[in-house]
Design a protein around this ligand. Structure first.
Ligand code: KG4
Ligand code: ZN
Length: 357
């Protein structure tokens, strides 16, 4: 193992490559110490289409990957030859985008004769917290909330169990769609958050999906956000059709309240049911102020330790993938065979892709 870089840090030098959506992220960690993290985003190219265009994203990764890798190595002042392991997102994500990063990772692993870890993007959103708050305890509950996923997971070292997930829209996706209804720029999530901070969260009673007694029996830890999204759209359209003015801050705040309320209620119930006392909240949507506030309060009341990575590690980045690689090495998870392909629906139970059907 190389010894240069990250003075005082120990562990394998892991290169992390993230290309599942619109961000090309490359990072180097030594164990759980982040040495450097570079991210190039193609969001500006997608914004005018009001959503991510997969083909545009793949081409942007092709353009950005090598410069981002070179920038990371230069900033960490390390040669390629010092790398002990290569981790890249194997899935879930956009097929073309994933393939660009994974192909580069395979080539590097082969040339450097080091192991390849094709890691799970959703789990990496939780595992990245170890770069800020140290290794996870033996049992951790993870709530991963992003533009594509809303998942409740139990992480026990190498073993992952999925307790629940969204049955339709992810929380971030619902925010982005409501953003479109309100005429906000894409992605709407952060704009709704900003508007919500000046509104009354109790002004409008929007529905809380899958929280009725009969729903809780069948789907205690699953989510559904398409109902609340549609309810907000109908509410706004009805006011617009009637040429009635309304307070957009109140709409944003009431919508954000409904989403954060369900996320926090179900997550705390899952902690109680599994008797787990450490919660990690990850993914781009964990930047959401209403969710952060509610979760912090509910966890304090329930005696649960809440760990939330810093904002820059919540959105997609290479550091989360390197951290997932370091986690896999720490817990003796086998590297991926070089023949693995990208898997747009990689199961949550596969922290490292095995290539097995
Ligand atoms: O994890 P991420 O960067 O990409 C995916 O893997 O999906 O998450 C992006 C999602 C978008 O839907 C974006 O609108 C949402 O996270 N988001 C927010 C906030 N910041 C990002 N949603 C609500 N409030 C925020 N502050
Ligand atoms: Zn993500």
């Amino acid at each position: 193992m190389g010894t240069s870089g990250g003075s005082g840090a120990s562990g394998p030098l892991v290169l992390g490559i993230e290309t599942s959506c619109d961000e090309t992220g490359v990072a180097l960690t030594r164990g759980f110490t982040l040495l450097h993290d570079s991210v190039a985003s193609s969001m500006e190219e997608h914004a005018r289409f009001g959503g991510i265009v997969p083909e545009v994203a793949s081409r942007a990764h092709l353009d950005a990957l090598l410069p981002t890798l070179e920038a990371t190595l230069a900033a960490a002042d390390l040669p390629l030859g010092a790398i002990d392991a290569v981790a890249a997102t194997a899935g879930p994500g956009l097929m073309g985008s994933l393939t660009v990063g994974l192909a580069a990772a395979k080539a590097l692993a082969m040339a450097l004769k080091v192991p390849l870890y094709g890691v799970n993007h959703v789990l990496a959103h939780a595992l990245v917290d170890q770069l800020s708050h140290g290794p996870l305890p033996p049992r951790t509950l993870a709530l991963v909330v992003s533009g594509g996923h809303t998942s409740l997971l139990v992480i026990e070292g190498a073993k992952v169990t999925e307790l629940g997930q969204t049955l339709d829209d992810a929380a971030g996706e619902a925010f982005d769609k409501v953003g479109r209804v309100l005429g906000l720029p894409f992605p709407g999530g952060p704009h709704i958050d900003r508007l919500a901070r000046e509104g009354d969260p109790h002004a409008i009673a929007f529905p809380r999906g899958l929280t009725r007694r009969q729903d809780l029996e069948r789907h205690p830890f699953d989510f559904s956000f398409s109902g609340v999204k549609t309810a907000v759209a109908r509410w706004v359209e009805a006011r617009e059709d009637a040429h009635e003015s309304f307070n957009v801050h109140d709409v944003a705040a009431s919508f954000a309240e409904a989403v954060a309320d369900v996320l926090v209620q179900k997550t705390i119930a899952a902690c109680r049911e599994t008797k787990i006392e450490t919660l990690v909240i990850g993914g781009g949507f964990s930047a959401n102020s209403q969710l952060r506030e509610k979760a912090a309060k509910a966890c304090a009341d329930a005696g649960i330790e809440a760990r939330i990575p810093p904002l820059r590690h919540c959105t997609d980045n290479g550091a989360m993938i390197a951290a997932a690689g370091a986690h896999a090495i720490l817990h003796d998870i086998n590297p991926s065979p070089l023949g693995i392909g990208a898997d747009s629906s990689l199961p949550m139970t596969e922290l490292v892709a095995t290539g097995q059907p």
